[in-house]
Design a protein. Structure first.
Length: 705
């Protein structure tokens, strides 16, 4: 297929905006409890903030330094993509405002009031006025902007009160940053379910600060800055340690170029022109929002309602769900059980506890020699770090490859890298041009002069918090071949060797994509021979043009392809003569779909790989990623079962149509909500069923001998 064929592809950024709209649609879903719907608006907003900081920031940089750059899915320049994003954002803001207004009205019926100043009672007005003058005003840093007072630096995503004022006929501007040290929500002293946001109180009384001026207009503004720092363009001093260098980089993030200006509810052409001039923004980079500019307060509100009215909270939120510990792993040590069988954990429906128990056992097992692990994101208070430190205290060799450039987790990783180094662990920081995104843990034991490897690999991070919210798969095995591959992997990471041959593992940036292409070609050859040819893949995002073209080639050859893609999807399915054999669904629900699964073939001959990698160029060519095979028949059956259930989902799934848009799945059958199903499913049943069948067929063969 020619390089310039854009007939079956869509732009990555607009595809992501379509996905984020799917998140907002969860806030519109009547079957979702009200407080959870409010959280989906908050998630939609934080998603969009990060998208602007990272993706728009990256495109902005490209528009400045690479005039000849074009998107390989649409042929658009960087500026054309930015303009399309800015235009689409207008619709998204309007949709969010409608949903937010509807939800606020529904919450009021339940007694939860998000108040404007006009909604306050006389007593509440008296309370907020006293609170402003006693508790807020002393912390404010107001300033005017005129010829003697230059325009200040506005921190990324900070809230600021902006004013247009006049004195003796002269026009000037005022600014009051909303201090981050102040609480975001102020609750009514008499009714703890009535609240007003801090910025609204400051906006109301800001005139009092500038009492010697005539205030003509005031509003709340926020600037979003480019947070996409290109480390390869920055030089590290020879005598500077890498952690210290990364701390400097984080400080630079708050001062990078503005990429978006938001105003809350009210705007004035004079203020917009002034701010666009000061911030070097075009008018299409300005958005007016009737929804609060920072929705992070929703999670504080959520916890507050639970503490003051538990009954109401349970009526308006999801029923509590606690990940299960599989029956077979509830009792006894994990290490002896691994000698009998491999373990596959399905988060968040199954708990991370068995893996944590394994790490703790290894830390205190006299036969364990070493623990090696790659870390991309960990929890703020991490049991995994705790057990690694415990292992080091017990004189185990502990090697941690920690990626300091995990976006927005840099500070947390810098902190833990310091703790691990101080404890005597060997800490590696990966490669200059490649982030290490793989999830591998290797425990090495020596017993009776025999070396035993226990290898854990997963599709998600070593994070006890997110494993309760994200769907991921965690595989633990004592396979000698995989253990030796893992040992080779860590050796290569230590000596900066990215290009080596592994027996079982597919390792990016050099061995992952090429092997996937080979697997796709094998299915194409089967189709050419009129043999059953199938591909099922599940991932977060799909934008790698080379792999898109391979699936186009497979589809035209007759390979049946089913894809489950949560987010970005740059291939358009169902196009006659191009992608007509490709079906794609996306599932957005209570839990974030995060696992990556790649299946090729049919029946018992299906080849299954789990991976930390999506099919994006950043994963396939610019990161160190690992895909690992699942060869145990029972575990393969478990994985195929969960894929089959997700492909049948007609509640939280949406299919992508031939226009590249999401549409609901209408069916005459029973509703299937795959996540709800998994919350009540015991995966050990599959193991028991398979064992019974295996036993039956074994006896049958014996009878016919």
């Amino acid at each position: 297929m020619s390089k310039g064929d854009y007939s079956y592809t869509q732009n990555r950024e607009l595809s992501w905006l379509k996905f984020n709209l799917r998140v907002l649609e969860e806030a519109e879903d009547d079957s979702v409890p009200l407080l959870e719907r409010l959280k989906f608006i908050s998630i939609f907003t934080s998603n969009l903030d990060e998208f602007y900081m990272v993706r728009c920031g990256s495109l902005y940089d490209l528009s400045l330094i690479k005039e000849d750059y074009v998107d390989n899915k649409t042929g658009w320049s960087a500026q054309e993509q930015l303009d399309a994003i800015f235009d689409r954002t207008i619709f998204l803001y309007e949709r969010r405002d409608e949903v937010f207004s509807t939800l606020n009205n529904l919450l009021k019926v339940e007694g939860i009031h998000d108040l404007g100043f006009n909604d306050l009672t006389k007593k509440e007005i008296s309370f907020t006025k006293k609170y402003f003058f006693n508790c807020i005003l002393p912390l404010l840093s107001p300033q005017i902007i005129d010829i003697h007072h230059p325009f200040p630096h506005l921190l990324n995503k900070s809230l600021n009160i902006m004013l247009i004022m006049r004195k003796k006929g002269k026009l000037l501007y005022g600014l009051v940053p909303v201090p981050s040290a102040l609480p975001r929500i102020i609750f009514s002293p008499r009714d703890k379910l009535r609240f007003i946001l801090m910025e609204k109180i400051i906006l109301q009384y800001v005139d009092e600060i500038f009492s010697n001026y005539k205030v003509e207009f005031k509003t709340i503004v926020s600037v979003t800055r480019n947070a996409d720092i290109s480390l390869s363009d920055l030089q590290i001093d020879e005598d500077e340690d890498y952690r210290g260098y990364m701390k400097k980089i984080l400080k630079k993030r708050t001062r990078l170029a503005p990429i978006r200006l938001e105003l809350y509810q009210h705007s004035d052409p004079r203020l917009i022109d002034f701010l666009c001039d000061q911030l070097n923004l075009a008018p299409n980079q300005v958005q007016i929002s009737h929804t609060p500019l920072d929705m992070a307060y929703v999670f504080e509100l959520y916890d507050h309602i639970e503490s003051v009215n538990e009954l109401l909270f349970h009526q308006l939120s999801f029923n509590p769900f606690y990940p299960k510990i599989p029956e077979r792993l509830k009792e006894g040590k994990i290490l002896p059980q691994l000698k009998k069988r491999d373990i596959l954990l399905f988060y968040p429906f199954e708990s991370i506890e068995p893996f944590l128990r394994l790490l703790k056992e290894a830390a205190n097992d006299e036969n364990v020699i070493s623990i090696k692990i790659t870390i991309y994101r960990v929890a703020r208070s991490s049991s995994i770090i705790k057990y690694l430190l415990e292992a080091r205290e017990n004189d185990k060799e502990v090697t941690v490859l920690i990626e300091l450039r995990a976006r927005f987790d840099e500070a947390n990783n810098i902190h833990y890298a310091g703790l691990l180094e101080e404890a005597g662990c060997t800490v590696l920081y990966g490669f200059e041009e490649y982030k290490v995104h793989s999830k591998v843990c290797l425990i090495t034991r020596k017993e009776r002069n025999n070396i035993q490897y226990i290898t854990q690999m997963g599709t998600g991070n070593y994070n006890e918090r997110t494993c309760k919210l994200y769907t991921d798969l965690s595989f633990i095995t004592t396979s000698k071949v995989i253990g030796e591959d893992a040992m080779l992997f860590f050796k290569n990471m230590a000596i900066s060797n990215l290009n080596d041959d592994y027996e079982k593992l597919l390792v990016a940036p050099f061995g992952f994509k090429s092997q996937l292409i080979e697997k796709i070609n094998q299915e194409i050859e089967k189709a050419h021979k009129n043999l059953p040819a199938n591909i099922i893949m599940k991932m977060n995002s799909f934008s790698d043009r080379e792999l898109i073209d391979m699936l186009n080639k497979a589809s035209t050859a007759g390979v049946k392809i089913k894809l489950i893609i949560r987010g970005i999807c740059c291939i358009i399915p169902g196009l006659k003569g191009k992608t007509e054999n490709i079906e794609i669904i996306s599932i957005v629900g209570r839990f974030l779909e995060h696992s990556r699964i790649y299946c090729f073939g049919t029946g018992e001959d299906t080849s299954i790989y789990l991976s930390s990698a999506d099919l994006m160029v950043r994963n396939t060519e610019k990161r160190v990623e690992v895909a690992f095979p699942i060869e145990n028949p029972i575990l393969k059956k478990m994985i195929m079962h969960l894929l089959e259930l997700q492909l049948q989902d007609n509640v939280k799934a949406r299919k992508i149509n031939a226009k590249g848009d999401y549409e609901k799945i209408y069916t005459w059958g029973e509703p299937v909500d795959s996540q709800k199903y998994f919350m009540n499913y015991d995966f050990s049943k599959i193991e028991e069923e398979y064992a019974l069948k295996a036993s039956f067929y074994s006896r049958l063969k014996h009878l016919f001998k």
